[in-house]
Structures are given as structure tokens and as C-alpha cells.
Design a protein around this ligand. Structure first.
Ligand code: ZN
Ligand code: ZN
Length: 389
């Protein structure tokens, strides 16, 4: 296209010059979006409102590819708002700050996870658990709009004033400053990106359930979430065992310094009875927890984070006899997200990632769906051509 040279000029502009792109309080933006449930992601131009007083504008540098993005694009949770522009593992550079912003400065490297707002008034919000917001529209997701859309809200209202939000597969993001996390200097920005969802999703329940040094922790599933879970549990000082259906992953787990067991190895499961203080299931679809319940010690917990759908029925005979708990957990609050970023920097851990260009996104989705890849794809947003002028 003949816009290429102009685009190249735009890309070299500094943050101040970028302000001149504003048109009536909006910024030209571009990303990759799906128009309906059976379409591929394609280049999509749109406008974002400029930062208000307490908001920051972020030039997106990297965005992780989460399994949720694929569920959402394909409307597998029956709640997708189109166009669907995914991405909630966003790391970027602050390019502009509203006048009331005090936490971040232009040039800072920041991260945005699954949420960009919450009601701030309900009991969970006041307790700092924005991810369990009980406001009329619950929390505002980084993409796909409020978790409770107007049609399902008690008074059919929308406290956030927007039905859809566009995520991090884009060149720029505008968010309230308190929903942007600080990326520690020790973490490479592209490695930090998946920690904003996969990292906190596994860290938060381990913290909440009190996993500590010396505990025995089991991890079900060894994909993107399982990889982070194993590394975090090990860094917490736990003795970790990964359970997988894939023989090749046994060696991969051992390379991380954790034990690994094939789910089909009945003799191994028998030997491990009543030995675990905590088990985290990261399996991303319907599965059977019953073979793993006997592995828990009395009064211990099995937490499910991977699957947001009905599971195989749990046999309460197994649960009741040793007063165990089967629980769920959803991402993590802002404080936990900052904590896990700092924790990963301190312990020098992070996801195994593979960088891709934005135009490889559709084939990356196929691989994630088909192969249960252990590494995380992260989009290098430098590969996205700026919006047409
Ligand atoms: Zn995610
Ligand atoms: Zn709330």
C-alpha cells in the first residue's frame, strides 16, 4: 500500500508528537479483531477516547495469547460482543498521563491484565478483590465489555457506559492508572505479559490457600497455566508434582526440577494417596477430578482454575471422608497481580514464551487449540502497522 512510507514516519514520532493524532478527543487505533464467531482475526481500525484525568495512554509493546482469547473469539461462552478484539496480557510504555495521574509517568513500562475497571463500592471491591466485583455490571473486562452486560444487569443499566471494550491486540490502550501494574525492571516485558493472566491465575489461589515452603503441591495439566503454576509453587518452596496425559511432558517437567506423573499411571496415583497439601487443576476443559481427590491429605484443597464450565460430577464420598475442599478461583486482584510480577522478578522465573507477529495470530490459535503447547505465544506488537492517517 502507498501508505507504507507515511506509516514509517508515524512510527518514528515521539510521545509528544503522537498527541497530534488526536481527533476531537479520540485517538486513531488499530488492532486485530473478529467480526463474528466463525471469522478469523483481521486488521481492524477504530478510535479510542483519549486519557481522562485519572487515565494513562499506553503504547502496546507485547500481548500474550491466552486460551480465553480463543474461547471468547469463538463465542464458546455464549457472551461474546462483536467485534471481538482480544488481549488481556498487555505490556506497554506509558505515552501520556491524565492530569490527576500520580502512579505512572510517561516512559514507564506497565502491564494491564484482565480488568480495566470495577464498581469500587461493593464489599469485594472495598476489600481489594476487584475480580469478584458484585456491582450491577461486575468488573469491566479489558476486552468484551462488562462481565455482566446491560441485558443481564438488575436494572438493565451499564455503569461503565460501554458495551464492548477492545483489548491488547492493538497499538494503544487507555486505562485508569490504578488498573495498570508496574513491570519490574528485572522482567523482560515480553516475559512479563503472560504473568498478568496465567501468572496471577495460578499464584492467587496458592496464596489464598496458604501454600508454603515444605508443602507438597500437585498441578493437573501442563500447558501455559500449568507451567507457571509449577514454577511459582517451586519458588514458594513447595515440592511439586505435575500430572499430565502427555508422555513427552514428563521430561519437560523434570527439566524444571519438578516430578511428573502420567495421569493413566494408576500405580503411581495409588502410591501418592494422602500426600498432597494442595492440588491446582489447570486443565482448560471439562475433566474428572475424582482420581485426584484421594491424593489430598485430610483438610486439604483442590482448586480448579483452568475450566470455566461444568466438570464431571464429583463423588462426595471421596471428599467427605477426609473433609477435603474442592474450590474454584478466577484470575486475581490488582494487589496479587503486582505481587506475582514482583515475585517472578525476585525469583527469576517466568513463562516460556514464543514471540509471534500479529499476522501469525490465526495459525497460533490453531496450535494452542490442537497441541496444548506448554509455552505461551506472545505477540510482538511492533509487527502491527500503525493506523492509516
Ligand atoms: Zn487469560
Ligand atoms: Zn465492585
Amino acid at each position: 500500500m502507498n501508505e507504507v512510507s507515511e506509516r514509517a514516519t508515524v512510527r518514528t514520532q515521539d510521545a509528544t508528537a503522537r498527541d497530534s493524532d488526536a481527533i476531537g478527543g479520540t485517538l486513531k487505533a488499530v488492532g486485530y479483531a473478529a467480526k463474528h464467531s466463525f471469522s478469523h482475526l483481521k486488521r481492524f481500525e477504530f478510535e479510542r477516547e483519549r486519557a481522562k484525568d485519572n487515565e494513562i495512554e499506553i503504547e502496546v509493546l507485547f500481548c500474550g495469547v491466552c486460551h480465553s482469547d480463543i474461547h471468547q473469539v469463538k463465542n464458546e461462552w455464549s457472551n461474546t460482543v462483536y467485534p471481538c478484539l482480544p488481549g488481556h496480557e498487555v505490556v506497554g510504555r506509558v505515552t501520556r498521563t491524565g492530569v490527576a495521574v500520580s502512579r505512572h509517568r510517561v516512559g514507564d513500562i506497565v502491564g494491564v491484565g484482565c480488568m480495566i475497571d470495577s464498581c469500587g463500592a461493593c464489599a469485594p471491591c472495598r476489600a481489594g478483590d476487584q475480580n469478584y466485583c458484585e456491582g450491577p455490571n461486575s468488573w469491566l473486562a479489558t476486552y468484551n465489555g462488562p462481565m455482566i452486560p446491560a441485558a443481564k444487569a438488575p436494572d438493565h443499566g451499564n455503569a461503565y457506559g460501554r458495551d464492548n471494550t477492545f483489548g491488547g491486540y492493538s497499538n494503544i490502550l487507555v486505562v485508569r492508572e490504578d488498573f495498570a501494574l508496574k513491570i519490574p525492571a528485572k522482567l523482560r516485558p515480553e516475559v512479563a505479559a503472560p504473568i498478568l493472566c496465567a501468572g496471577v491465575t495460578t499464584y492467587s489461589p496458592m496464596k489464598h490457600c496458604g501454600v508454603k515452603a515444605g508443602d507438597r503441591v500437585g498441578i493437573l495439566g501442563f500447558g501455559g497455566l500449568g507451567d507457571m503454576a509449577a514454577k511459582i509453587a517451586k519458588a514458594l518452596g513447595a515440592t511439586v508434582t505435575v500430572f499430565t496425559r502427555t508422555p513427552e511432558k514428563i521430561q519437560e517437567a523434570e527439566k524444571l526440577g519438578v516430578a511428573a506423573v502420567l495421569e493413566s499411571d494408576d500405580a503411581a496415583l495409588e502410591r501418592l494417596k494422602s500426600t498432597f497439601d494442595f492440588i491446582l487443576s489447570t486443565v482448560p476443559q471439562k475433566h474428572d477430578l475424582n482420581p485426584f481427590i484421594p491424593l489430598l491429605k485430610r483438610d486439604s484443597t483442590l482448586c480448579v482454575v483452568g475450566a470455566l464450565e461444568p466438570l464431571e460430577p464429583v463423588n462426595n464420598m471421596l471428599v467427605a471422608f477426609h473433609r477435603q475442599q474442592i474450590v474454584g478461583s478466577l484470575i486475581g486482584n490488582l494487589a496479587d497481580t503486582q505481587e506475582v510480577l514482583d515475585f517472578c522478578a525476585t525469583h527469576d522465573i517466568g513463562p516460556d514464551i514464543e514471540l509471534i507477529d500479529i499476522d501469525e495470530i490465526n495459525s497460533a490459535y490453531k496450535k494452542v487449540e490442537g497441541a496444548d503447547v506448554r509455552f505461551r505465544y506472545v505477540i510482538n506488537m511492533a509487527s502491527l502497522q500503525p493506523p492509516s492517517v
